[in-house]
Design a protein around this ligand. Structure first.
Ligand code: UD1
Length: 337
């Protein structure tokens, strides 16, 4: 059984289905602090066994002990964390407690129960402003927000645990920009309040929930002046977790890899692709740059391919088409029902 923390979140829910498709049994854990119980009904409709779900905070050691006591957990895929950069600047201590404290409780519970295999959800934000592109895993690390710091601390903590006890197997996955939704349109990204990220904002403009997209800067040193990112389909990302888990369970050593496509896409390119996929116009207005944004970053994903045999296969049109299918069928996300 694989323990999935943050199991009803955006990436967690897609990973649940990917693990299920790979024939692995999943025990899910989530406190619904940034997700909905409706996700479980959707996962069940898509064939997942959700009877093995526990509602709990990952920082709750007693709840973790109960989970490890109840099911034979061989490995953990750890998503449960907060991820809003701006929010982390405003509430840093909450982020350290939730993200770092949660991982400490989890790793201690794992150790106590003899489970030492973990796939850890990290972020490309640990690189900060990249010095050269594409970004390789050996690039300088320069986290520039409390959120990014919590992820880098998590990476270091797990590496230190492994240095002390070689039985640990750790896969650190540094995601670039996950977007899109399950191809069925049944599950997807459901941000609370105003979306911070580009794709969910664009999707909400397309469906008529928001009047227009504000493009944060068109004077960057990029081909069309707008910010360039490495958008990655969430189903490819979910499959990356399955590959990492298989790698660790096959007895191979720990690793730290980027998960991205290796292709940079500008804000305006993404908007055009979404217009094609949805058949809707996306009104845009050029706005000032957003504080803390970098002009461009995209992954060198070669190491993930070499070590895991994993490569993103879904293109920008598929990302937009799947995001649109989800948004059109669920204009208010999981609150639609
Ligand atoms: C952001 C986070 C990053 C996190 C990632 C998750 C910041 C500074 N970084 O990255 O830590 O891992 O999300 O996917 O918040 N844009 C607009 N208008 C909008 C929203 C975004 O023009 O309304 C632009 C941004 O300026 C950027 C691009 O779209 O050029 C992508 O933005 P976003 O989706 O927020 O991702 P990141 O900034 O890369």
């Amino acid at each position: 059984m694989i323990l999935l923390t943050g199991a009803t979140g955006y990436i967690g829910s897609h990973t649940w289905l990917a693990l299920h498709a790979a024939g692995m049994r999943v025990a899910g854990l989530d406190d619904f602090s940034n997700s909905s119980p409706e996700v479980l009904r959707r996962l069940a409709a898509l064939g997942a066994d959700v009877s093995t779900f526990a509602e709990a905070d990952v920082g709750d050691r007693a709840a973790l002990d109960a989970v490890f006591g109840r099911w034979q957990i061989e490995a953990v895929v750890h998503f449960a964390a907060w991820k809003a950069v701006g929010d982390s600047v405003a509430r840093p201590l909450d982020y350290y407690r939730n993200n770092v404290g949660g991982l400490i409780a989890l790793a201690e519970a794992m150790q106590a129960h003899g489970c030492k295999t973990i796939v850890f959800s990290s972020t490309a934000t640990v690189y900060g402003q990249p010095r050269s592109l594409p970004v390789r895993e050996d690039a300088a690390l320069a986290p520039s927000s409390p959120y990014a710091e919590t992820k880098l601390i998590g990476e270091n903590m797990l590496h230190d645990a492994e240095r002390a006890d070689a039985a640990w197997r750790v896969a650190v996955l540094r995601y670039f920009n996950p977007v899109g939704a399950h191809a069925s349109g049944t599950i997807g990204e459901d941000p609370r309040g105003t979306p911070n990220n580009l794709m969910p904002f664009v999707a909400q403009v397309a469906v008529g929930k928001r009047a227009k997209l504000r493009v944060f800067g068109n004077d960057y040193d990029t081909a069309d002046g707008t910010g360039v990112r490495d958008y990655l389909h969430v189903e490819d990302l979910a499959e990356g977790h399955v590959a990492a888990l298989r790698h660790l369970q096959g007895g191979a050593g720990s690793l730290t890899v980027n998960l991205g496509t290796g292709h940079g896409v500008s804000v305006l390119e993404l908007v055009r692709a979404f217009e094609r996929a949805s058949g809707r116009a996306i009104p845009c207005e050029i706005a000032p740059r957003r504080a803390g944004d970098v002009a461009a970053y995209y992954a060198d994903p070669a190491l993930a391919e070499r070590l895991l045999g994993w490569k993103a296969t879904r293109d920008l049109d598929a990302m937009c088409a799947d995001s649109w299918r989800w948004q059109a069928a669920n204009p208010d996300g999981y609150a639609t029902v």
